[in-house]
Design a protein around this ligand. Structure first.
Ligand SMILES: *Cc1c(COP(=O)(O)O)cnc(C)c1O
Length: 409
């Protein structure tokens, strides 16, 4: 009897232990929504500031009713790829409504956002082409870039001077610039007009991922492009707009929108579209109901803006001199930078003991030394909820140092 050769599979327990020892082992909590921004988290009732359900639509009765009605009508599953028999009349109607809503010629509805970016990029560029990517872009843009085999030029976050130099120096025929519209861990908004201007100068296409701006920014929540007036008659064929439908829209999925020929090309060439089962029609019906709420309910965005103001005002004054700082974000993503991982985890834990749930975000999701609490506000929160959060953070914050050179910004 010979010993079996050692397998790489036998190494996995040690790798898991190493992650655990480095405080990098991720654990899921089992949650259940309790309404009004509360979650049951492993059985404990907590006021949650960690959801991207910015407009409070995920549990809205109008959406639930539309999903139930959709299930009665169409059943639960779509049965096949949209290229075969999965493109239901509900999904087709949703695409038209999405295109009209964002003010672009045509839209294509995908079952998931990650897969959308991961496969749209390889449909547009390949070996010998060039990609330009903001250093803080979402993981799915990065994965799509790698899958494409195009040469990747990374530019420092929001450093459009550097991007301009990279574009000018590039001789590739096809150039694609990738950027989040609202950066998911910092909450800041990309300078889309300037990005577009650079793309026009250098014959590049701009892919904008508006996962966190769609529904929240722009008139009636039409998104970041609409906020900058780059839609309708002033839309550019150089912009491919992408947004997800599981955040402010409260459901699931994603879409791309832009020039009709460009979208037709993606319909032909995007592998996660062709070779994946279509999103169920009941989701399309829930999304159509959600779009009506997003368009009509300006009060949801007004409430969010009010909550952002309340949080920023309380924390800004209270944190002066503590070494903790709120990033300068106009969106419902309000990151509180505390620095090291242990502090971020201790703060998360302290808040949890006070019935509040705010996720600590550590490297590698964010750069080393910028561990933070990612506070996400929602129209489901009240002013009193946000005041409670701010006051609890202040009570747990370090005492202001007497050092007069502390930054005040
Ligand atoms: C969440 C997110 C995605 C992924 O979308 P899913 O529909 O959740 O797969 C893509 N891009 C950004 C910027 C995101 O925040």
């Amino acid at each position: 009897m010979t010993e079996p050769a050692p397998s790489w599979l036998d190494e996995l327990p040690a790798h898991l232990q190493a992650l655990d020892a480095a405080h990098l082992l991720r654990r899921r909590r089992v949650v259940r929504p309790l309404g009004d921004g509360y979650l049951s988290v492993d059985g404990e009732r907590l006021l949650a500031f960690c959801s991207n359900d910015y407009l409070g639509l995920a549990g809205d009765p109008a959406l639930v009713a539309a999903a139930c009605e959709g299930a009665r009508h169409y059943g639960v599953g779509s049965g096949a790829s949209p290229m075969v028999s999965g493109h239901s009349v509900a999904n087709a109607a949703l695409e038209e409504e999405l295109a009209r809503f964002v003010g672009l010629p045509r839209a294509l509805y995908f079952y998931a956002g990650f897969a959308t970016n991961a496969s749209v990029i390889p449909a547009l560029v390949g070996e010998g082409d060039a990609l330009f990517s903001d250093a803080l872009n979402h993981a799915c843009l990065i994965d799509g870039a790698r899958l494409s085999k195009a040469t990747i030029h990374r530019f420092a976050h929001a450093d459009l001077d550097q991007l301009g130099r990279q574009l000018a120096a590039c001789t590739a025929r096809r150039k694609l610039v990738l950027s989040d519209a609202v950066f998911s861990m910092d909450g800041d908004v990309a300078d889309v007009p300037r990005l577009l201007h650079l793309c026009e100068q250098h014959d590049a296409l701009l892919l904008i991922d508006d996962a966190h701006g769609f529904g929240v920014l722009g008139p009636q929540g039409r998104g970041t492009l609409a906020q900058f007036g780059l839609v309708g008659a002033t839309a550019s064929r150089r912009v491919l707009y992408m947004a997800t439908l599981g955040k402010a829209l409260g459901v699931a999925g994603a879409f791309v929108a832009g020039d009709a020929t460009l979208v037709e090309w993606l319909l032909q060439k995007t592998r996660s579209y062709t070779f994946a089962t279509a999103a169920p029609a009941l989701l399309a019906e829930a999304l159509r109901a959600s779009l009506r709420c997003v368009e009509r309910d300006d009060w949801r965005r007004a409430r969010l803006a009010e909550l952002v103001g309340v949080l920023r005002q309380r924390l800004h004054a209270g944190l002066a001199g503590t070494g903790w700082r709120l990033l300068d974000s106009p969106t419902p993503i309000q990151p509180l930078i505390v620095g090291d991982n242990a502090t971020a985890l201790a703060l998360m834990d302290g808040l949890r003991q006070h019935g509040l749930w705010v996720p600590a975000i550590r490297p590698p999701t964010v750069p080393a030394g910028t561990a933070r609490l990612r506070i996400a506000l929602s129209a489901a929160h009240s002013v009193a909820d946000v005041e409670r959060l701010a006051d609890t953070i202040l009570a747990l914050s370090p005492r202001p140092s007497q050092n007069p050179q502390e930054p005040t910004a």
